[in-house]
Ligand binder design. Sequence first.
Ligand code: EPU
Length: 342
Amino acid sequence: MNIFKPKKNFSLKAYNTFGIDQVAENFISVNNLDELRKVLADYADESLFVLGGGSNLLLTRDVPGLTLHIGLKGKEIVDADYTKNHVLIKAMAGEVWHEFVLWTLENGLGGLENLSLIPGNVGAAPIQNIGAYGVELKDTFERCEAMEIKTGLVRAFSKTDCQFDYRHSIFKTKLKNKYIITAVYFKLTKQNHQLKTEYGTIQAELAQQGVKNQAPSTISKAVISIRQQKLPDPKIIGNSGSFFKNPVIEKALFQSLTDKYPEMPFYEAGDLIKIPAAWLIEQAGYKGKRFGDAGVHDKQALVLVNHGNAKGQDILSLSEKIQQSVFEKFGIQLTPEVNIYP
Ligand code: EPU
């Protein structure tokens, strides 16, 4: 078997949802833990780039060294009676997130319905604590397993270990490039589901669909419909979801801004105030704008898109232009949510 023989100068276009055509010097996909451990040992001296679903990634140049695609598959109910109300589920890192969510719903389980249709794979979900419609991964996360790159040893990380925050975990800071997440465990409800329908237009969507019996599956359908209306399908138009995080600002700045822009939407975030980046970008005049093949989505200004043959650099330049305009107009610095390579 030559599974460890890398593909040379391999195009990553199909492996990133922006559809950017950069090549990996060496590309290997691994399907089980033994393969992963062996490849990590064999390539210990090479620079390593770990690739999951490629849905939160902007490639701005070719990738030297080894690009390692995590193809670990499998999902199971580990404990059907984890508590009276809960089951414990295990999903391997290479499972496609949305297919996994649909599987939990088919099994009548609750907890992940608001996170329907988020692109990407299970293994990437804890890294940035994915979130949508009032729910974050951390709400159902029980623990994950991750392989240490240096030693090949697998270690468990509890929810506390992961230090989750808004689009953040320890895997983005202290443990960056140290571990590869191999499996994630979720605590999901089998009855008495805690449905969350307060966010945005979920209730309106449920009413429009004529839903009388609210259940995880009907919430999922509503979320899918909302996302399909607002967010571009990466299979049709390249994108990585929200390009920036929603910024949090000091109350003093907020006060001076609301004097000037009384209609500015905001959310309380402890002592700080969170402002939707989409609103700032729209006000700066970028919604629906296009510069060559790099553009801003016309239905959601937080999403940058590749209309066809944009280079990573084109998208990056556009993002910098947006950052500059927003800063000049509002004094707010936008931070990318997407991982920019290198
Ligand atoms: N808005 C505008 N212009 C727009 C779009 C939105 O002004 O073009 C304003 C509206 O006032 C709206 C507010 O922004 O009420 C918030 O918009 P939305 O509900 O669409 O959510 P968001 O804050 O822009 C966040 C997440 C999304 C997630 C949605 C729904 C971040 C960075 N993004 O976007 O996550 O789907 O909430 O929960 O937190 C992702 O991370 O890739 C992603 C898509």
